[in-house]
Design a protein around this ligand. Structure first.
Ligand code: CP3
Length: 367
């Protein structure tokens, strides 16, 4: 008998199936920011110093990426990196300050600042990211999600110089100097495309574009100043043939426009019930959307709220369970362990039953 030909066919994945609109046997689940300070094993290996230094070390970054996969049994790994990694790699003076977030020494304000954004050459500028990906995929069958920051969200850090509540400087530049704004969007779009393409070529099997702060915009401003660039990013990733996820916070009023940007699946925060979100995204698969703060209340409230999310998602699949934003640092990992077990064991049954008359998704009848 001839030996079986070697097969490079990857293991089937409920996450990839749901992201493509299918209905896997179990509801897939992973958590945004699943690696990080809520995990004691993360705090043990992370050391002091900025996260940007940890990202430079492929062995460490791969270990941190794998920690939540081992602990939780989630259906996807997400690369341990940051949305500011590419701009940092091309020489922008940006660092991620613990407890604050990305901080830029000299914020972008004028046309001269565009000169600080040269094109990204991923092999030369971010070889450590590609090495991390290779180390992760050789250690797990679970698909790895690569990602990039969307142009608007990365621009907001470059322009504000630090996290902002109002995005005042960003909006002032956007509305006050359209030509410069669109040139900045183009440069940051190119960075996202180059970074994501290199991550997929290295082995990432899905990608997520984080436009975390796009929810600060009116629909009209989003449509005019952001949507065209996000559309270009997704279009230029189409040939990679991996599911493309698009996520933002506070984007309830933008979900229809998010769907127009061209992703395969839309990430939804906790403010919009998934049954309503499904309508707004015109039937695309959805990812979300348990309020990350609910997890702080303990196992029972978390599972009750998860039941609600599953009922809202309803029958037919095309749903990836996630939090509506990232895991909060004060989260007890044991609650997330119980949540993964619950969604895997009961998620499909609850979702197929759909919402009950009282809208809670609780079909247990209290008996
Ligand atoms: O899910 C994961 O574990 C993957 C890794 C990941 C990180 N950042 C690691 C990180 C991902 C996907 C990101 C994306 C990211 N980074 C986003 C988009 C997602 C979102 O939350 O909306 C944004 C806005 C950033 C920018 C950023 N980086 C912020 C606002 C912060 C928090 C600062 C703080 O200390 O509270 C970071 C730091 C950061 N990025 C941490 C981690 C694990 C925590 C800091 C650390 O451990 O040093």
């Amino acid at each position: 008998m001839p030996a079986e030909p070697p097969t490079s066919e990857p293991t089937p994945s409920p996450f990839l199936e749901a992201a493509r609109g299918g209905c896997p046997d179990r509801v897939p689940i992973w958590f945004q920011r699943q690696a990080g300070r809520s995990l004691p094993e993360y705090r043990a290996v992370r050391g002091s110093g900025s996260i940007t230094e940890a990202i430079l070390q492929p062995e460490l970054a791969a270990e941190i990426t794998l920690q939540p996969v081992r602990r939780y049994g989630v259906d996807a790994a997400v690369l341990f990196s940051d949305i500011v990694t590419p701009v940092h790699a091309i020489g922008v003076d940006i660092d991620v300050v613990p407890g604050i977030g990305p901080v830029v020494e000299q914020p972008f304000r004028s046309r001269a600042d565009l000169g600080r954004l040269r094109p990204l050459d991923p092999e030369a500028d971010t070889p450590y990211v590609l090495e991390t990906i290779k180390a992760v995929i050789s250690a797990t069958d679970v698909p790895l999600i690569g990602f990039a920051g969307a142009p608007f969200t990365v621009a907001s850090y470059l322009i504000e110089g630090r996290p902002s509540r109002t995005y005042g400087a960003t909006k002032a530049l956007m509305l006050g100097d359209e030509a410069l704004w669109f040139d900045l969007m183009e440069a940051l779009g190119d960075l996202a495309i180059a970074s994501i393409r290199s991550q997929v070529n290295a082995g990432a099997r899905a990608v997520q574009l984080f436009d975390s702060w796009a929810g600060a915009l009116t629909p009209a401003h989003y449509r005019r100043y952001v949507l065209p660039t996000s559309q270009r990013v997704f279009a230029e990733l189409a040939d990679l043939n991996v599911p493309r996820v698009h996520f933002g916070v506070g984007t309830g009023e933008l979900l229809g426009l998010f769907a127009e940007a061209g992703a395969d699946m839309i990430g939804v925060d906790w403010r919009v019930p998934l049954s309503e979100a499904r309508k707004r995204v015109g039937g695309l698969p959805v990812q979300g959307n348990l309020d990350p703060a609910v997890v702080l209340a303990g196992v029972e409230p978390t599972l009750a709220e998860a039941r609600e999310v599953l009922g809202q998602a309803g029958p037919g699949g095309a749903h990836v369970f996630n939090l509506g934003h990232g895991v909060l640092p004060e989260t007890n990992p044991e609650v997330l362990e119980a949540l993964v077990e619950f969604v895997h064991a009961e998620g499909r049954t609850i979702a197929e039953a759909g919402l009950t008359a009282d809208g809670t998704g609780d079909t247990s009848n209290g008996s």
